[in-house]
Design a protein around this ligand. Structure first.
Ligand SMILES: NC(=O)c1ccc[n+]([C@@H]2O[C@H](COP(=O)([O-])OP(=O)(O)OC[C@H]3O[C@@H](n4cnc5c(N)ncnc54)[C@H](OP(=O)(O)O)[C@@H]3O)[C@@H](O)[C@H]2O)c1
Length: 290
């Protein structure tokens, strides 16, 4: 397939480009500098020029607190950007896969959020991403929205990499005990996004690793245990004590009503993917890579 990837320098963008490459696709990776998705004319010109069969949108402004303080920038990247991609994809008849977030939900539910639950974002980030879902689906019927959450993987400044890095330096760490999600390993997500593009069945999917979900603190502890780091340096804190500008859902565990119904096998349990990630990030492995 001829696959255009936006946000290709980000954590998920890299994983998607790498996975598509490994499958023999012709990958057209665009980072923020080479394609700002909020630039409508540039998006149209680029897509018309390179004519991908599939567009996988991994670009977003993911700084949740930054979005709260700068809604204009949040909506440009997370709502109008995806809409620009949808209009341009429609023009060239490409399948569009765009990523959304567990933060479209308010977290005020026990159990898993599915597609039957009404989104009710509490932050500008969540609201801008929901607006991105709606605008893309309105602009172009052949859109796949893939919500995900708690993403971890190589190449990003994500919660887990930071924890492992700091644990390696013996620093004291803080992790939240009262916010729960379903972890998602970027390479597993990348594989599922490509499968969804191939299936070309428009709709809203929820893509996370299998398992019951976990709090940030439990997740961090599991990673430290697997990596052989002392978890004694890990201090458990309540979400409210951090006084961050943007509210976050207390529970944003996701489950998909559609994936298995259309024949997709569940992604691996997050514990297994975490084991793989930690092994790749262990000091020996990093040293061996030079
Ligand atoms: N990470 C998570 O836990 C998580 C959870 C739920 C959903 N998601 C979703 O997953 C997707 C991928 O996120 P990620 O974790 O890979 O985040 P990331 O590492 O921050 O990557 C996002 C990339 O998008 C780029 N970008 C920002 N604004 C852009 C614009 N206007 N035009 C083009 N590129 C732009 C960023 O470049 P700069 O850094 O140069 O701005 C960055 O390289 C996003 O849709 C995000 O909302 C992530």
């Amino acid at each position: 397939m001829r696959v255009l990837v936006t946000g290709a320098a980000g954590m998920v963008g890299r994983a998607v480009a790498a996975h598509c490459n490994s499958q023999g696709d012709l990958v057209l990776p665009y980072d923020h500098e080479s394609l700002d998705i909020s630039d409508k004319d540039l998006v149209m010109k680029t897509l018309r020029g390179v004519k991908p069969e599939v567009v996988i949108n991994c670009a977003a402004w993911t700084n949740v607190d930054g979005c709260e303080l700068n809604p204009e920038r949040a909506y440009a990247a997370n709502a109008r950007g995806p809409e620009n991609l949808a209009k341009a994809s429609r023009e060239i008849s490409a399948v569009l896969v765009t990523i959304s977030t567990d933060y479209v939900f308010d977290g005020e539910k026990q159990g898993f959020f599915t597609q039957r639950d009404q989104p009710n974002p509490q932050s500008v980030y969540g609201a801008s991403k929901l607006e991105g879902e709606r605008r893309t689906q309105l602009a172009y019927a052949r859109t796949v929205v893939a919500r995900t959450g708690f993403v971890f993987g190589p190449g990003g400044s994500n919660f887990l990499s930071t924890i492992i890095e700091r644990a390696g330096r013996g620093e004291r760490l803080k992790a939240i005990t009262d916010a729960y999600g379903t972890p998602t390993y970027a390479p597993d997500l990348a594989r599922r996004l490509r499968e969804l593009a191939q299936l070309d069945l428009p709709g809203t999917y929820q893509v996370v690793n299998a398992g019951e979900g976990v709090s940030y603190a439990e997740f961090a502890r599991a990673a430290l245990d697997l990596g052989g780091y002392a978890s004694g340096n890990l201090e458990s804190v309540a979400m409210g004590s951090l006084n961050r500008p943007a509210p976050r859902p207390r529970n944003s565990r996701l489950r998909c009503l559609l994936s298995e119904a259309i024949g997709l096998a569940p992604l691996p349990f997050w514990q297994d993917s975490l084991r793989e990630f930690v092994a790749l990030n262990s000091p020996n492995e990093v040293a061996a890579k030079g």
